[in-house]
Design a protein around this ligand. Structure first.
Ligand code: G
Ligand code: G
Ligand code: MN
Ligand code: NA
Length: 246
């Protein structure tokens, strides 16, 4: 609870900011958009890992306040990057809260960003936990927002569940990409094939080497993210990125 109290105060005090990791089109090598990733530099302490402070925020409905801030900040930033999409990680607790719908709508209207340029990233477990999650995703998609299933393959969703998943994009978890185990590579191939069967675009995460890039291209992944292209960057550094990353 102490961390949550400090985080609330930190958000008020402007200690949080967003970094942006480019998402690369594997056909053209150009940047199609960015994933927003929260950063907290705690004065006198240093950077706090996002998985740590997000988990602290999820202990209460404060995660909705944090999520609202991320949505506003990321869409405002992306509206200035003409045509680029922006992916925002939305926690399960925020997604099941009825306020999430207006939080997304308010961020879009305040920023002027086209709904189709916003991607809401959720993890696969969120879909099985609470029926409101699906309902909210259905409404957001009807309003033109896209949905991505993040970290796919790490939870216990069956591939057949993809048939009625309210999503547009599937992101293959980086543990399959970074592994040296050929079994993991075969699983990534199967996940990509299954996703394509259900008309999902596939994003490969965590590409660090040319060999990994070649593999996910052979799997027909449409897009990729990873340190090979770029780390998550401050907005000023995003503006200096070359248009072509491969
Ligand atoms: O930024 P990094 O790559 O270290 O992210 C670590 C984890 O924190 C990832 O699982 C990422 O999805 C999550 N994360 C980062 N920023 C946000 C955010 O704004 N909201 C939520 N819910 N999760 C985030
Ligand atoms: O869970 P999610 O996919 O939202 O998390 C994104 C996380 O992955 C962030 O912490 C980001 O910094 C990290 N990340 C992005 N690209 C790479 C990569 O190429 N290698 C590794 N190890 N981590 C990455
Ligand atoms: Mn993500
Ligand atoms: Na992920």
């Amino acid at each position: 609870a102490a961390l949550e109290v400090a985080l609330r105060a930190g958000l008020e005090a402007g200690e949080l900011h967003l970094h942006y990791q480019p998402v690369v089109d594997l056909r053209t090598g150009t940047v199609t958009g960015y994933e927003a990733l929260a950063r907290w530099d705690r004065p006198g302490v240093g950077p706090v890992r996002p998985d740590v402070f997000i988990a602290a925020a999820e202990a209460s409905s404060f995660v909705c306040d944090l999520g609202r801030w991320v949505l506003h900040e990321a869409t405002a930033q992306a509206a200035g990057w003409r045509g680029a999409s922006i992916a925002v990680n939305v926690s399960g607790r925020h997604l099941t809260d009825h306020r999430v719908l207006d939080d997304v709508r308010d961020a879009l209207s305040a920023s002027g960003l086209a709904p189709a340029l916003l991607v809401v990233e959720i993890t696969e477990t969120v879909l099985t936990d609470d029926p409101r999650a699906r309902e909210h995703l259905r409404i957001l998609r009807a309003e033109g927002v896209r949905v991505a299933i993040d970290d796919f393959g790490t939870g216990f969703t069956s591939i057949s569940a993809l048939a009625d998943t309210p999503a547009d994009i599937l992101k293959i978890d980086r543990s399959f990409i970074g592994s040296d185990d050929p079994g993991h590579h075969q699983l990534a191939t199967l996940i990509a094939r299954a996703a394509h069967t259900f008309d999902l675009r596939v994003v490969a995460e965590g590409i660090e080497t040319g060999e990994q890039l070649a593999r996910v291209r052979a799997d027909g992944c449409e897009e990729a993210q990873g340190y090979l292209f770029s780390r998550p960057l401050a907005p000023e550094a995003v503006e200096r990125l070359p248009a072509q990353l491969i």
